[in-house]
Design a protein around this ligand. Structure first.
Ligand code: GLN
Length: 547
């Protein structure tokens, strides 16, 4: 049975709880243990699939097709362990399960209450797969004291009581604010946060304290004394130059040792941190810089394209070059010539997105990249835009467009080169959807296989002809137009195994122009950069300055 580390936060949100959890996972792996990370989110949405990226950041998709919180992306990037549907849950999902059971009569007429019915549902979620790994790290979203979070805190308290003594520990993340006037780090908010936690029956074993300054010995002693935590379990979490420094930084501060001590694991296996030394070496000793323009819609909130930003960094690491990404609002190109904006970039990326807004601008960006022979990576909507651009400009289909935009506008304006897919094959069965289905969970989601054409650019990039990548979309390029487009130099070099769904297109006679219907960024890791991103940056590095 796995040992459990429950990770909670206090004082304020956005302290980097997800990063601390991911870094701890990486450190336990470095000591030879197997880990799995989980996220419990107190909000009432059933999953983040229908939440706006402006509001919630990117939706991270797992191989098994769950739309999850972006923290699961951090977990994968730090541990390499592919997240599953059963690694992410929200209050909405828990309540919806409980209510479904109630309707089915599973509770045999009992009165349904938060304790035990909701808490039991949470505990069942926690226990899934507990025989598969050495450590299960479970992060509770939000901060202690949030109304929605209470059932989760109660459930982890009960869970630790249900398990044999010493098999569960609690790690709490807080903030030590620095008061410039007096030049002091203040411990009071941390004390209050721990008090709140103890009032609901949870005593932290490890305290991780975010602070802009090192924690003086005196303050550390004070925190230990007032929060009833051992002094060497008070871990400083200083600000970092890169998130990838977190495993080494937390190791220096003694986090993994404190966690193993709390479990009484002694002697602790020595860590092998070579992977993270290499990651930091590549980050710190990069030579030169490539500039990548990301032409998208959700440009105000960096988290909206979190995995893309990270995958580009990984691509840079693979080539020992720094990647400077600049986000450009696609709508600008609907009013202005893109050339002055895009000249001077070494590569252009058009990411995924939903809805018509900004799409004409993305089409112009694809045209610029194709004509000027600038490396172009189109992801999901970014591939669809590239296909529409070629269809309009070269294949004699001036009205080419996507059904998505006609559906949105409620009228037919476009030749549907990209159409709404209502039936597709997943493994051994056929999935069917209607346009009118609920918005949540109605997309082609999760890992699907693609067959690559031998000798194509992508086959060379992947070094393989069968690949598996994650999807999240409703619309597909129509193979009806394949011959016409291929005659114009847009090659369909990756297809679904049944040959019906285009997965990859590439432009012939272009240094690097690839569009993919899936999201390669979700599988990239700092220690294993995704081949598409690694080669995209390699191509960008080779581009002579354009002007
Ligand atoms: N909106 C497009 C679709 O649903 C693209 C989605 C995406 O880019 N993830 O097909």
């Amino acid at each position: 049975m796995a040992r459990y580390v429950f990770i909670t936060g206090g004082v304020v949100s956005s302290l980097g709880k997800g990063l601390a959890s991911a870094a701890l996972g990486a450190l336990l792996q470095a000591r030879g243990f197997s880990v799995r990370l989980r996220k419990l989110d107190p909000y009432l949405n059933v999953d983040p699939g229908t939440m706006s990226p402006f509001e919630h950041g990117e939706v991270f998709v797992t191989d098994d097709g769950a739309e999850t919180d972006l923290d699961l992306g951090h977990y994968e990037r730090f541990t390499g362990v592919a997240a599953r549907k059963t690694d992410s849950v929200s209050s909405g999902r828990i309540y919806s399960n409980v209510l479904e059971k109630e309707r089915r009569g599973d509770y045999l007429g009992k009165t349904i209450q938060v304790i035990p019915h909701v808490t039991n549902e949470i505990k069942d979620f926690l226990a899934v797969g507990d025989d598969e790994v050495d450590f299960m790290l479970c992060e509770i979203g939000g901060t202690v004291g949030d109304i929605e979070g209470l059932p989760f805190f109660e459930a982890i308290r009960q869970f630790s009581q249900d398990r044999p003594r010493g098999e569960c520990i609690f790690m709490h993340l807080t903030l030590l604010p620095y008061i410039t006037a007096s030049g002091e780090l203040k411990t009071k908010p941390t004390q209050h946060s721990v008090k709140e936690l103890r009032a609901i029956g949870i005593a932290p074993d490890v305290l991780v304290c975010r602070s802009e300054h090192p924690i003086p010995e005196k303050e550390r002693e004070k925190i230990a004394l007032f929060c009833n935590v051992r002094k060497d379990a008070v871990i400083a979490a200083p600000d970092l130059s890169s998130i990838y420094e977190a495993p080494l930084a937390y190791h220096r501060e003694g986090l993994d040792q404190a966690v193993l001590d709390a479990f009484g694991i002694s002697p602790a296996p020595r860590p092998n941190l070579a992977r993270w030394d290499d990651v930091m070496d590549r980050l710190n000793n990069a030579e030169g810089e490539v500039r990548v323009a990301i032409v998208g819609k959700y440009t105000q909130l960096e988290d909206a394209y979190k995995s893309i930003a990270e995958a580009l960094t990984h691509g840079g690491m693979a080539n020992r070059v720094r990647v400077r990404s600049e986000w450009i609002d696609a709508e600008i190109f609907e009013r202005e010539d893109p050339a002055p904006y895009l000249e001077g970039f070494h590569a252009i990326l058009v990411p995924g997105g939903f809805g018509e807004r900004g799409t004409e601008g993305k089409i112009k960006a694809a045209k610029f990249a194709r004509e000027r022979k600038v490396p172009y990576l189109g992801i999901c909507l970014g591939m669809q835009m590239a296909v529409i651009e070629t269809a309009r400009d070269l294949a004699g289909l001036p009205d080419a467009g996507s059904e998505e935009f006609d559906h949105e506008a409620g009228k037919k304006r476009f030749t549907p080169v990209v159409y709404h897919l209502k039936e597709w094959v997943q493994g051994n069965y056929t999935v069917q959807r209607k346009v009118s289905d609920d918005k949540g969970g109605t997309m082609r989601l999760g890992a699907y296989t693609a067959q690559l054409t031998p000798g194509s650019k992508v086959a060379e990039v992947y070094g393989a002809t069968t690949i598996e990548e994650r999807h999240r979309h409703r619309y597909e390029v129509d193979i009806k137009y394949r011959d016409k487009l291929e005659q114009c130099g847009l090659i369909f070099s990756g297809m679904s195994p049944d040959g019906r769904l285009p997965e990859i297109v590439e432009v012939k006679d272009h240094p690097w122009f690839i569009g993919v219907q899936f999201h390669p960024e979700l599988k990239s890791k700092p220690f294993a950069p995704h081949p598409l991103f690694a080669d995209f940056i390699r191509a960008a590095k080779e581009v002579e300055r354009l002007v």
